[in-house]
Design a protein around this ligand. Structure first.
Ligand SMILES: *Cc1c(COP(=O)(O)O)cnc(C)c1O
Length: 376
């Protein structure tokens, strides 16, 4: 049996019909920009994520750029960026004219090293800092990161592209952030039928600024208070997301069941299954195994490939070593734990509505390489 790394086609019964009905009505009514679907989505995001303001936009990368611009980051400013993240986190800083300073990773949670982050705050004196809540949870020391930034007058922008549905101390992870973002890229936990994103904040002035920047800096239809750009979310996209939100609890529950299966059945020898730190309920975004032994990792990958089991490596390289980073990189704090993390990550299939036999098959193939099924 082949098992895909991800399969986005497994939608709930009735989803497609409801979608066609909505698209039909909206298309007949020529409802393409703004309108009820966008307004409803933003209101639902606010209550779901317990944030005062949710501003939808064109994609998760724009969400980061809108957040950075809104808090006043611009030409020449230094911004801390995790050295292990998706490239967009790094890119956003450069695109607003600022200079990224990378911060090393923590092998225990995949987030930034708190010590390196603290050192960077004190020595580099950045205008802002980015952290990314990778893999479906956040840093074990999230509250300390927030408190340190507040105390040092550094704006903390939280990239929550992978953390929709993750809960910290029983509450949505976005709650309490100064400003945070998400992505609706189809493979994300709340995925769209294309690109989309959002910015979240409790600060009304920041929310206004984000909304204005994403709509050409408009203060009136032909009045412009800023040079912004067009980063609106399409109405059809918002409609798809609203329908997806109706099923998000079931999808996250299914992801968490897959996580629990892996936790229970994956062989332990040579593989370390990375889990959310205590205080978190992860959203089951992806499976993260660390396989420090490169030869074992290569054997596992070859066998998975031969058996038709999808796998990934999120992410294979740190930001500071990308050719595209050279021109803008303004420094690095901490050591090379990030490189170690990138070299050992192996992601196994994980997506909503995976079947138990698919999960069983993945575990079997991994076990056939490692030998034996040591129950954790
Ligand atoms: C997906 C992702 C983004 C970018 O989102 P897009 O919607 O693809 O632009 C940014 N940061 C992280 C951590 C992501 O996973």
């Amino acid at each position: 049996m082949n098992v895909p790394f991800i399969d986005l086609k497994r939608l709930e019964a009735g989803f497609h019909e409801a979608l066609m009905e909505k698209f039909h009505a909206m298309t007949l009514g020529a409802q393409f920009i703004g309108g009820a679907e966008v307004a409803t989505l933003e209101t639902r995001l606010q209550s779901e994520l317990q944030v005062t303001h949710a501003i939808s936009c064109a994609n998760g990368t724009d969400a980061l750029q809108l957040a950075l611009r809104a808090v006043g980051v611009g030409a020449g400013d230094l911004v801390l960026v995790p050295n292990v993240t998706f490239w967009a986190t790094f890119e956003a800083v450069v695109n607003v004219g600022a200079r990224p300073v990378t911060v090393d990773a923590d092998l225990r949670d995949g987030g930034v090293s708190f010590e390196a982050f603290e050192q960077a705050i004190r020595n580099a004196k950045p205008k802002a800092a980015l952290v990314a809540h990778l893999y479906g949870w956040g840093s074990a020391r999230l509250l300390e990161l927030r408190a340190l930034c507040r105390e040092q007058g550094v704006v903390l922008v939280e990239d929550g592209a992978q953390s929709f549905g993750a809960r910290y101390q029983g509450e949505p992870i976005y709650k309490g952030a100064q400003i945070s973002t998400t992505s609706f890229y189809p493979a994300k936990v709340l995925g769209g039928a294309g690109d989309g994103g959002a910015v979240f904040t409790d600060d009304a002035a920041l929310a206004d600024k984000v909304r204005r920047l994403g709509n050409h800096g408009r203060t009136a239809h032909y009045g412009y208070g800023d040079v912004g750009w067009n980063s609106r979310l399409d109405s059809l996209q918002a409609a798809f997301l609203n329908l997806s939100l109706d099923h998000i609890d079931a999808r996250i529950a299914s992801r968490r069941e897959a996580v629990a299966f892996y936790q229970k059945h994956l062989p332990a020898a040579g593989i370390q299954l990375m889990n959310a730190p205590s205080d978190y309920d992860e959203n089951g975004y992806c499976n993260v195994c660390l396989v420090p032994d490169a030869a074992l990792k290569a054997r596992l990958e070859a066998e998975l490939k031969a058996e038709g089991i999808g796998f990934g490596n999120i992410y294979p390289g740190v930001m500071s070593s990308q050719p595209g980073a050279v021109a803008s990189l303004a420094g690095h704090f901490g050591g090379q734990v990030g490189e170690q993390l990138c070299a050992s990550v192996l992601n196994l299939p994980l997506f909503p509505y995976m079947t138990e036999s698919e999960l069983q098959r993945v575990v079997e193939v991994v076990g056939s390489v490692i030998g034996g099924t040591n129950v954790r």
